[in-house]
Ligand binder design. Structure first.
Ligand code: 261
Length: 413
């Protein structure tokens, strides 16, 4: 009698993944990822043309492993160019982190965050607080998010609506991730709006850079990026800093807004928790932390690449294999969280992965958490009787970046 040997690590049948489209993932990635976490926490996903890590354990392992380093996703690299801070390593990464980090230190942020964000939040609230109804994503969460960072960067001359338009266009380009069987972009025309946004950004920011090179401005972060740590009379080349400017104009502009909006939708799903938070604003940071876990704004937008042959979750990967980090899925891992698709700010205080892990973990974590906190403090202070307008649905969108596309609310005036 002959026996047919099974390979020691039998790979599960993942042929169902062949039918998964980018649109499926953008509308609702959770069903696909629930299967991935159960069947193959490290899996090659054909539509993405890449390995994907979907559990908390594997995301953390890849993000912190000495056998991996940072790399930008293909559509991300097509959108931002090189050297973007999220996709470089070694000396260039160290220089770019040293360029952005001083203004983001907690001791620094604490000095001005309240004076920066509170008047901005008040100003947007004044425009609708007597209306009795609002769409909070476009009228509040996004405007507060972009104005706070825009002013910090030195972009006071750029309107909030223009900054919102830029991050939406860069988002759709950065996450135009579908690949064909040959490993080419399946929708190359999807990069056009990102290219147009970048051309407009250059036409606005180049003259500001000219001015800041000639006359450093203590109050503009981008001016500091040009000058700080450089020998006297020298500045960083603008082509060297633009990819990281785009990182800010996409993720950093967009995500505090996503975080605030998702936290609000989560709280509306638990009216008793909403009531407690409105009555006791010291609970807002906890509400935000659970919002970030529940719908992680940077859902699957970063990646690592192996620097040597390595085995992850039983899968042998050669050197030079990219792995996408789906943190939004890791934060729904049933190994860590009971009923992960429910918003519940009473959960045990486990750290989530919404700000990533390892040496590419978010540099703006402290700043972003305070922008979201002050934004929600001012909203609840002005409009404590906020209710979701149940005549309007709430849709979430996005695989790379995820949040509600609108949030209609009403209140008594
Ligand atoms: C500030 C973080 O921004 C990003 C993070 C991950 C991908 C793209 C981004 O712009």
């Amino acid at each position: 009698m002959t026996t047919i040997e099974q390979p020691a690590t039998a790979q599960p049948d993942l042929s169902w993944l062949d039918d998964v489209t980018m649109t499926d993932l953008e509308r609702d990635p959770y069903p696909v990822y629930e299967r991935l976490r159960a069947e193959a926490p490290l899996a090659f996903v054909p539509v993405l043309g890449s390995y994907v890590a979907s559990t908390a354990e594997v995301c953390r392992e890849v993000a912190t492993s000495p056998d991996f380093e940072g790399i930008i996703t293909p559509a991300g690299g097509r959108t931002f160019g090189h050297p973007a801070i999220i996709g470089v390593n070694g000396e260039i990464h160290a220089d770019l982190r040293s360029m952005v980090e001083p203004a983001l230190q907690p001791s620094e942020v604490d000095r001005w965050i309240d004076d920066l964000v509170r008047p901005i939040a008040r100003g947007f609230l004044e425009q609708f607080e007597d209306d009795g109804r609002a769409e909070l994503v476009s009228q509040y969460c996004e405007p507060v998010s972009v104005r706070a960072l825009g002013d910090l960067l030195g972009l006071q001359s750029v309107s909030s609506d223009k900054l919102r338009e830029w991050f939406h266009k860069l988002n759709r380009s950065f996450t135009n991730a579908a690949m064909d069987e040959n490993g080419d972009f399946a929708n190359p025309e999807g990069f056009t709006e990102g290219d147009e946004a970048k051309a407009e950004i250059r036409s606005v920011v180049d003259p500001l850079i000219d001015k800041w090179i000639a006359e450093p401005d203590q109050t503009s972060n981008i001016s500091h990026w040009l000058h700080d740590g450089m020998p006297p009379g020298q500045t960083r080349d603008r082509e060297y800093i633009y990819p990281t400017i785009y990182v800010y104009l996409l993720g950093a502009m967009q995500e505090p807004g996503h975080g605030m909006a998702s936290t609000l939708v989560g709280l509306f799903s638990r009216p008793e928790q909403m009531e407690r938070v409105v009555d006791d604003p010291t609970l807002i940071p906890r509400a935000i932390s659970e919002g970030m876990r529940w719908t992680s704004p940077i859902w699957s937008a970063t990646a690592r690449i192996s620097t040597k042959p390595v085995t992850v979750a039983g899968v042998d990967l050669p050197a030079g294999t990219p792995v996408m980090l789906s943190y939004g899925s890791a934060n729904h891992d049933t190994g860590l969280y009971e009923a992960p698709s429910a918003y519940d700010m009473q959960r045990p205080p486990l750290p989530h992965l919404a700000f990533g892990a390892g040496n590419h973990a978010c540099a703006g974590i402290y700043f972003a958490n305070h922008v979201m906190r002050i934004g929600l403090e001012e909203l609840f202070e002005s409009i404590p009787s906020l209710e979701r307008d149940t005549g309007e649905g709430v849709e979430f969108w996005g695989w790379g970046f995820r949040g509600p596309t609108s949030l209609h609310v009403t209140w008594e005036v």
